[in-house]
Each structure stands twice: as structure tokens, then as C-alpha cells.
Design a binder for this molecule. Structure first.
Ligand SMILES: O[C@H]1[C@H](O)[C@@H](O)[C@H](O)[C@@H](O)[C@H]1O
Length: 549
């Protein structure tokens, strides 16, 4: 087929049959970089769409976020308990497990998560966000059940693999659900609540693991405990609504209005009906390529072409996958999975307890990110922290170089290593540990499921690479070489963020889609984000003035 024909076919599928004009084709930019729409009608819709975002999310949105964050907790708990469980297992699986069996048991979850992440987005588009969450819980329960009763290494690996599918699906669906529910001013923070739940799950798994270390078969209790939050979330989720964006996409407009009414109604009373109708209308405008008559396969093929051949969507994919790649290839999870081993090598008497400090620092600085992300902005936070990770890793590499082979925990270089690691974890948790999970906001609804799947798969592929090469690298190129290598990768990450990641805080999901339409538009996005922030502050001042009067 000639190039020309190719382009025509793609255009025919990519360009929706419009009944309403696409706002992105109608906009003009003023000097400040803010945009206006030629069509007054749509401009009014957009303006009202922004107004509605000014309100505080009502307690219902927080409740939903907390419920969804059970998925994050399970992700953290199930990836976190393995370091303690491996130590405590002894010969419970028939014999003393070897290093390579340990690696297999650990990476079975990452492999399952990689596969789960690949299918999760498409499943979420076909079955809905709610039922896929319930499906992930089933996998958590089945996986944990198999492991709890395992008496051979391969049964254990099987259980970890099944659970991995749940982890991969949950890691995509929770931030997706939250970002589709949250008003834009709070979106960043609400998505971080889920990351906070991940890091909290890791801390709790480490702590319970340390507590049960000496109990015979205590690791089975540790694994089995993960079933409790999974069942709790599964039961509660049956009563949870679908996101309005998903409902509009499926043509269920009345139900979408119902959920919007819930999300945006303030404590002072019900939201005006007219505003609800406008908000849903706005979502419809951005969903105007829906074809309810299409089969699932046709829909998938359409999304795939859109993702790779519409430049704006492809840019979103580059940014989302790039950030997830940096999050994993910076080497952080080598600490999460093997920190006890590292601290043993360094000479600490209680390596598990020292590991708990690492997990705790991770959680503490995620709280800092929670407070700052929407105020400081995603891009600025990353630019301020990724270079710090690199510097801390260099310090770590230098300290390992000077650490004597028979060092004890009182050796000054051992202390430097602990401090360097805590600094590295702090910089990581404040930025790249959570910003990539804002991935859903980068993609327009037509490609959101598939786009976030690709990005989540990138995350788990990176996780798998680091988890399965770290110990070998420490052996082959020394700890200094390994951490020096990660430092170099972090620097590349900083360059990536500087050139390719536009600011998205305070922008509606629809405005972010506009930013990426004709370039990465770093400057324009900064300007738009600043303007949106000013508008929100002005609206808040006005509201405060009104209430005083
Ligand atoms: O955002 C999370 C968090 O930073 C976890 O601590 C880490 O283990 C995960 O890999 C990451 O995706």
C-alpha cells in the first residue's frame, strides 16, 4: 500500500465522525499563551467546566480515593513482604531455597505485573474501571491463598505470578480511577494518596515481617494477611460508581450526571442542575468519537492507531513511558527488595531494622510530595529532585569504594552509606517515586486505557530488569560501579524531564490534551498552569469574600 493510501486509511479511522466541532481545532492563543475558542458555545462550556473544578471535592471523593487506595496498599504490601518472607521461610518449601530460587520467587510477581499492566487498560475500557478493580482483588486473594498453602518452590512461584497479575492491574486502575473522579485542583494530591498507600503497605509489610521473623511458619501469616484488605475492597467496590468519563464514553449520560452530582456537590447543598448538565456535556464534546456499534476488537485497533499515529497522543505516550522508565531504572527497587542484604554486606548488625528506615523514609517523603505536588507542580518537583538522587548515588558509590571489606556498623563509611541511601530515597519519594503515577492525566479518554497500559508495562519491565540484575551487577561491577551506573541513568532522566515533560498541575484533563497537540510545549504549559492557578486563587478569594459578607 502506498504511503498516501496508508495515511488516508489512518486518517479515516483516526478522525472521528464529528457532529460537534472539536475544541482543539477551534482554538487561538493570546500573547500570554492562554487559549480561546472561536466557537462561543464551546468556549462557554469550557469556562463552566473550569468553574466547576474550583470547588472543594466533597467528602465522597475522599472516601472513594481511600477505598481505591486499598489497591495501592495491596501493591505495596505484596511487593514489600517478600524480603522478610524469603529470610523467614527456612526449609518450609521442602529445602533451603537457593539464591536463584529467591530471584525467581521475587521476579514472578514483577513478570505477572508486567503482563497484568499490558491488558489492564484495555480491560478497563471494555469492562469498566470498577469491575476490573474487583477482578484484581480476586487475583490478590487467589495468589495469596496459593502462597499461604505452598509446600514447594514452584507452587510459591505460581502464587506469586497470579498475585503479580493483580498487582499490575491494580497499579494501573487505581490512579486511573482517581484521576477520572478528582476535580483538577486536587487531582495530583489524590493520586499521591494511592502512592502513599503503596509506601505504607511496604512499611507495614516490613514491620510485620520483622515481628513474625522467628515464629514458625510466620511468613504464611504475613502472606495470608494480604487477603483481608483485598476482600474488604472487593465487597465495598460492588457499591461504588463508575467514573463519569467512562460512563459518558459508554453513552450512559444520565448515570454520568448522577455521579457528577455526587462528586461536585458541596457541603452547603446540591450542585446546580445546569452546571451538572454542562459538565457532562463538556465530557461528551471530548468523547465525540464514540461508536457504540463497534466491536471490542475494532475499538482496540482504533485506539492503537490513535495512540501511535496521532502526534499529540504519541507525545503523551513518550512522556508517560519515559517517566515510568526513569522511576524504575534509577534502581530504587533494588533497595526495596534487597536492602537487608546490602546492609548486611555493609556490616550492620540488624539489617532488617535498618531496611525499615529506608521504607519509612520513602513513606515520609511521599507525604511531603502529597503536600507539594499541586502547589509546586509536577515538573518543578522533578527538576529539583532527580539530580539530587544522582548526587546521593555518587556519594554512595564513593563510600562503597572506601568501605573496608571487614567493616562494622561503626565504620564512618558505613554511616555515610546509610545517610547517602536515605538522601537518595528522600529525593526519590518526593518526586519520581510518585509523579509517573499521574500518567492517566496525560492521555485523552480515547487512548487513556491503552496509553496507561503501555506506561504501566514500562514500569514493570524496568522493575523486572532491576530486580533480576541488581545482585549480579553488585557482583560483577562492584557496588560502586552499580550505584555509579544508576547515577548516570538519573542524570539522563533529568535531561528527559527538562526537555519533554510539560507542567500539568491545575490544568483540566482536557487542557493537558491540548498542550500536547502540537509539541511538548514546555513554555506554554507553564504559562497555562500559572494562569489556571491564578484563576483558582482568585475564585477562592472571591468565595472567601462572599462568605464573610
Ligand atoms: O511509586 C511506587 C513507590 O515509589 C514504591 O515505593 C516503589 O516500590 C514502586 O516501584 C513505585 O512504583
Amino acid at each position: 500500500m502506498s504511503d498516501e493510501n496508508n495515511t488516508t486509511t489512518i486518517q479515516a479511522e483516526v478522525e472521528p465522525t464529528l457532529t460537534t466541532k472539536m475544541p482543539s481545532e477551534e482554538k487561538t492563543y493570546d500573547e500570554a499563551g492562554d487559549y480561546e475558542y472561536e466557537s462561543d458555545a464551546i468556549a462557554r462550556e469550557i469556562a463552566n467546566g473550569v468553574d466547576i473544578e474550583n470547588g472543594k471535592p466533597n467528602p465522597f471523593v475522599f472516601l472513594l480515593t481511600i477505598l481505591v487506595s486499598f489497591s495501592g496498599f495491596l501493591f505495596g504490601y505484596d511487593t514489600g513482604y517478600i524480603s522478610g518472607a524469603l529470610v523467614a521461610m527456612g526449609t518450609d518449601l521442602g529445602h533451603a531455597i537457593t539464591s536463584s530460587e529467591k530471584e525467581l520467587i521475587t521476579s514472578a510477581t514483577s513478570l505477572g505485573a508486567l503482563l497484568g499492566g499490558i491488558v489492564a487498560g484495555t480491560l478497563a475500557d471494555v469492562l469498566g474501571r470498577k469491575w476490573v478493580t474487583i477482578g484484581a482483588n480476586t487475583l490478590f486473594v487467589v495468589g495469596a491463598g496459593i502462597q499461604t498453602g505452598a509446600h514447594s518452590v514452584w507452587t510459591m512461584i505460581g502464587g506469586r505470578f497470579v498475585m503479580g497479575w493483580g498487582v499490575g492491574i491494580a497499579s494501573l486502575i487505581a490512579p486511573l480511577y482517581i484521576s477520572e473522579m478528582a476535580p483538577s485542583r486536587f487531582r495530583g494530591r489524590l493520586v499521591i494518596l494511592n502512592v502513599l498507600a503503596i509506601t505504607g503497605g511496604q512499611v507495614i509489610a516490613y514491620a510485620i515481617g520483622a515481628g513474625l521473623e522467628t515464629l514458625p511458619n510466620g511468613w504464611r501469616v504475613l502472606v495470608g494477611l494480604g487477603i483481608v484488605p483485598a476482600v474488604a475492597q472487593m465487597v465495598m467496590f460492588v457499591y461504588m460508581p463508575e467514573t463519569p468519563r467512562y460512563l459518558v464514553r459508554r453513552g450512559q449520560i444520565e448515570r454520568a450526571r448522577h455521579v457528577v452530582r455526587w462528586i461536585y456537590s458541596s457541603r452547603d447543598g446540591a450542585i446546580e442542575e445546569e452546571v451538572v448538565i454542562r459538565k457532562v456535556k463538556l465530557l461528551e464534546i471530548y468523547n465525540n468519537d464514540q461508536h457504540p456499534e463497534w466491536s471490542g476488537y475494532r475499538r482496540f485497533r482504533y485506539s492503537l492507531k490513535q495512540l501511535y499515529f496521532v502526534p499529540g497522543h504519541f507525545r503523551a505516550l513518550i512522556v508517560a513511558c519515559g517517566l515510568q522508565g526513569i522511576q524504575q531504572l534509577c534502581g530504587f527497587n533494588s533497595l526495596m527488595y534487597f536492602s537487608a542484604t546490602i546492609f548486611q554486606v555493609v556490616g550492620f548488625n540488624k539489617p532488617t531494622a535498618v531496611s525499615l528506615i529506608v521504607a519509612g523514609t520513602n513513606m515520609a517523603f511521599t507525604i511531603l510530595a502529597f503536600l507539594l505536588i499541586d502547589i509546586v507542580g509536577r515538573r518543578r518537583i522533578l527538576l529539583c529532585t532527580v539530580w539530587g538522587m544522582s548526587a546521593a548515588l555518587v556519594l554512595n558509590a564513593v563510600a562503597f569504594h572506601f568501605l573496608p571489606p571487614d567493616a562494622t556498623q561503626s565504620n564512618p563509611w558505613a554511616i555515610v552509606i546509610l545517610i547517602a541511601m536515605m538522601l537518595y530515597v528522600a529525593f526519590y519519594a518526593a518526586g519520581i517515586g510518585n509523579v509517573p503515577w499521574q500518567q492517566s492525566e496525560l492521555f485523552p479518554i480515547q487512548v487513556r486505557g491503552l496509553g496507561t497500559s503501555m506506561a504501566t508495562a514500562t514500569n514493570w519491565a524496568g522493575n523486572l530488569i532491576i530486580g533480576s540484575t541488581f545482585l549480579t551487577m553488585m557482583d560483577r561491577i562492584t557496588p560502586s560501579g552499580t550505584f555509579g551506573f544508576y547515577a548516570g541513568l538519573c542524570l539522563l532522566g533529568e535531561v528527559f524531564v527538562f526537555f519533554l515533560y510539560p507542567e500539568t498541575s491545575y490544568l483540566t484533563l482536557e487542557a493537558i490534551q491540548d498542550v500536547l497537540t502540537d509539541g511538548f510545549n514546555i513554555k506554554r504549559a507553564n504559562q497555562m498552569s500559572r494562569n489556571a492557578k491564578l484563576k483558582h486563587s482568585a475564585a477562592r478569594c472571591e468565595a472567601a469574600g462572599d462568605s464573610k459578607a
